[in-house]
Write a protein that binds this ligand. Structure first.
Ligand SMILES: Nc1ncnc2c1ncn2[C@@H]1O[C@H](COP(=O)(O)OP(=O)(O)OP(=O)(O)O)[C@@H](O)[C@H]1O
Length: 264
């Protein structure tokens, strides 16, 4: 829910080449503070590339990005503002979840007292408390994903970048993440959510952007994108996605496709 007019994420004409391959071909974004922005696109469209540019992990061939007014090439200034859950989260497998979270809190300069409170609260919220002192290499994929999600929000970032946050999660765990995304948005956090799981986007996003072959081909509130595409029988975001990306083959079946998939 946008809370102010200030743009939390401002990208201007981003381009990225890998050798002769054009991965991003002039993407501009202006995402207001407090928005949950659903970033959609078929495999290879350039979503991960965009996220890496928006978080300063990779440099664009041309174009600029500011997050919370900070040029993302200034990593030191950017870090306190941004949380990032990549598709393959960085976790030390020999640590326990508690050790991992304490380590990351320390890296992010969260005080011991605040860290202890948040870690306990999130471990409880994500039902990890009973396993918090076991090594991460003994965790299931879902437990690792939940630990990684908590790690990305521990320092209470202004902008949260999530790459497929509910992938591989059972419906209960996925619901926890969706509820958490909405709670962060209510508190004013901007969430940039890349996913193939369209019901998740329909459940949480205020705005969606559809990326196709390195270009933003549709953008707006989910309803507007759906009605503008207006080709599908059900008028769903899936129909709109297919209409603007030109095919039936690119909608991945998410892991989270059960009856609860569209309920936040
Ligand atoms: N390091 C790299 N070197 C060369 N080409 C790359 C590199 N990273 C990405 N690409 C290419 O850039 C394009 C966009 O890739 P990207 O991973 O950003 O897409 P994506 O939308 O995240 O895809 P997926 O949904 O499959 O994860 C692809 O054609 C990919 O092959």
């Amino acid at each position: 829910m946008p809370s102010t007019n200030a743009a939390a994420i401002e990208a201007d004409d981003l381009r990225k080449r890998y050798g002769s391959e054009v991965a991003l071909d002039g993407v501009s974004l202006s995402i207001p503070t407090g928005t949950v922005y659903g970033f959609l696109g078929p495999n290879g469209a350039g979503k991960t590339t965009t996220m890496r540019l928006l978080t300063g992990l990779s440099r664009p061939s041309s174009g600029t990005v500011r997050v919370c007014g900070v040029d993302v090439s200034d990593r030191r200034a950017l870090t306190p503002h941004v949380g990032y859950l990549p598709e393959t989260p960085p976790l030390y497998e020999e640590f326990s979840a508690r050790e991992q979270l304490e380590y990351v809190a320390d890296l992010r300069d969260v005080s011991d007292e605040v860290a202890a409170e948040r870690i306990e609260r999130y471990l409880t919220q994500f039902e990890l408390l009973d396993d918090a002192d076991r090594r991460i290499d003994a965790y299931s994929k879902g437990m690792k994903q939940k630990t990684a999600f908590v790690q990305s929000v521990l320092h209470d970032p202004d902008v949260l970048f999530l790459d497929e946050p509910t992938s591989g999660l059972d419906p209960r765990a996925a619901r926890r993440i969706r509820e958490s995304i909405l709670a962060f948005a209510d508190a004013g956090t901007t969430v940039f959510l890349s996913t193939h799981i369209l019901p998740v986007v329909e459940a949480v996003a205020d705005e969606v952007g559809v990326l196709y072959e390195g270009r933003l081909v549709a953008e707006g509130p989910p309803d507007a994108v759906t009605s503008r595409a207006a080709t599908g029988e059900s008028g769903s975001l899936e129909d709109a996605f297919l209409a603007v990306t030109g095919g039936e083959d690119d909608v991945a079946d998410g892991d989270e496709t059960g009856p609860n998939a569209s309920e936040p």
